[in-house]
Design a protein around this ligand. Sequence first.
Ligand code: SF4
Ligand code: MG
Length: 315
Amino acid sequence: LEKKFPVYGPFGKLFGTRAFVHAVTDVSFELYEGETYGLVGESGSGKSTTGRSILGLAPATGGEAIYEGRSLFRLSGAEMNKLRKDIQLVFQDTYSSLNPRKRIGQILEEPLVIHKMGNREERRESVFAILKVVGLQPEHYFRYPHEFSGGQRQRLGLARALILNPKLMICDEPVSALDVSIQSQILNLLRQLQKELKLTLLFITHDISVVRYISDRIGIMYLGRIVEEAPTELLFQGPQHPYTQALFSAVPDFTRRKLKERTVLQGEIPSPLSPPSGCVFHTRCPLASEICKKQVPELKESLDGHRVACHHHEF
Ligand code: SF4
Ligand code: MG
């Protein structure tokens, strides 16, 4: 996948040419129906790009996303529009995408109008039903977005995605802007909805405790690659990749119980404009050796579904 990037020279002068960043280079994972897959990484790791590319919102120059046997990157605009009903995106800053001059009833009805679903009366009923599903009140139908609190706004965001009865929901940092107590309310709601509506969730976050709470399986991303993937409990029982270990050891509670010592990473995360050769983590890895600089490690899989990309790791 590539991301267009303006290139600035000295004094902020824009160069004529564009550079391309491989925001995501080698990401391969499967989403099973009805599961929650957590994609974790720091900012710039490519996790959002991965989520958005599934919907064609980040242009892919290669690779494939297969949904129910169909390759999403090869669909026509019209086919993709139909599919947009099945796959919904919920993000952190839902509020900014709600038209401040429209009442909630109208905002929530919009997706149904776009997808030509139901008549007026039916659509109205659906809106009242979905308000109830996400824990809002019938009278909210007549209110404006600014009258809602942060948590309620995220409920509205969920309502707008859910009203189309999607199968897959891509949630990009959906609770990151909320207070911790409100976060758990929204996470609980998501879990409950997922069970009741048999949703499949792709949950993107930088927050280790959040992803642990919500996910069945987790993929750890670093500089555009998945470096480790495992069922949640397995991953937390024994993170295998040096990056995952460092990431987890930054969570104080986790360090005390599970990891013998804290791994402190050297330096900053490198720019995605010029990712390191070989293993993208080698510039910061305490275990790096010569081969790490030259050769990209493959994701190797154990019998229990744990995958690790590291030259110096054996199951
Ligand atoms: Fe570290 Fe080398 Fe493993 Fe990369 S491949 S994580 S640099 S030991
Ligand atoms: Mg992001």
